[in-house]
Design a protein around this ligand. Structure first.
Ligand SMILES: [Zn+2]
Length: 240
């Protein structure tokens, strides 16, 4: 994409800053996604007095091998509640769709529209459904349901910050919240053993440092921030 076009778009449609938000709604496919993808940013927003709420699309019931769905759901909800508490999240709502199960995006969109109406967020954080090679149906459905609800039901002015993205265009310095992020990730004990947390740390350290360099700090998290109106017939969305 031509540089001239990109700078024209940046000038004409300035993208809001995640850190200027006052009321953030995180829409998450499973327990643990919020902490892994955006835990440092959520902790930072909370430390600045921003209201942060979670909506969990699925119940996490497919996440533990050898345990029943009911038991898994109970364990994972407790873990999610603890992790959210560590970050300082104000409230969690569960939509309770079956983890990895069969459900309809139109039902999810209806539920989300109600939450958007009640919470009135000035920013929605969710997973990027356009991540190449992402094939988990819950993740694709979650990101797409958020994007379509904001595009079609509202005035399309509420920005979306996608995490787990291959095309980040905004970086949030989280060096002071790095330990908090991993404390929150560690609350998901059924998903992340102490060996796995070590590997996660190494992986996210390299990624966090790479993103950190872009904003002159030790560690950062990356997001693709777009206005919903940019998610329709807008060829430049990938490049801005
Ligand atoms: Zn997930």
């Amino acid at each position: 994409m031509e540089e001239k076009m990109i700078s024209f778009i940046h000038k004409t449609f300035p993208l809001p800053k995640i850190e200027s938000s006052k009321n953030v709604l995180c829409v998450l496919p499973h327990p643990d996604d919020g902490e892994i993808g955006a835990g440092g940013t959520i902790a930072k927003l909370k430390s600045k007095g921003v209201k942060v709420s979670y909506v969990l699309i699925t119940d996490g019931s497919a996440g533990i091998r050898g345990k029943s769905r009911e038991e898994t759901k109970r364990i994972r909800k407790k873990e999610q509640e603890l992790a959210a508490k560590i970050l300082g999240v104000d409230e969690i709502k569960w939509l309770d769709y079956p983890d990895g199960g069969i459900y309809n995006i139109e039902d999810v969109k209806k539920d989300l529209a109600k939450h958007f109406e009640t919470v009135k967020p000035d920013l929605v954080i969710t997973v990027d459904p356009f991540l190449p090679y992402e094939c988990h149906p819950d993740h694709r459905m979650c990101g797409l349901a958020v994007a379509q609800t904001l595009l079609l039901n509202f005035d399309a002015s509420i920005p979306i910050a996608f995490f787990f993205t291959a095309y980040p265009n905004q970086f949030v310095c989280i060096e002071r919240y790095w330990d908090k992020k991993f404390e929150a990730i560690s609350a998901h004990k059924s998903q992340i053993s102490s060996e796995v947390i070590g590997i996660y740390k190494e992986y996210f350290e390299v990624k966090g440092e790479t993103y950190g360099k872009k904003v002159g700090c030790k560690y950062a998290e990356g997001f693709k921030v777009l206005l919903p109106s940019m998610l329709h017939a807008f060829e430049e969305a990938l490049w801005i």
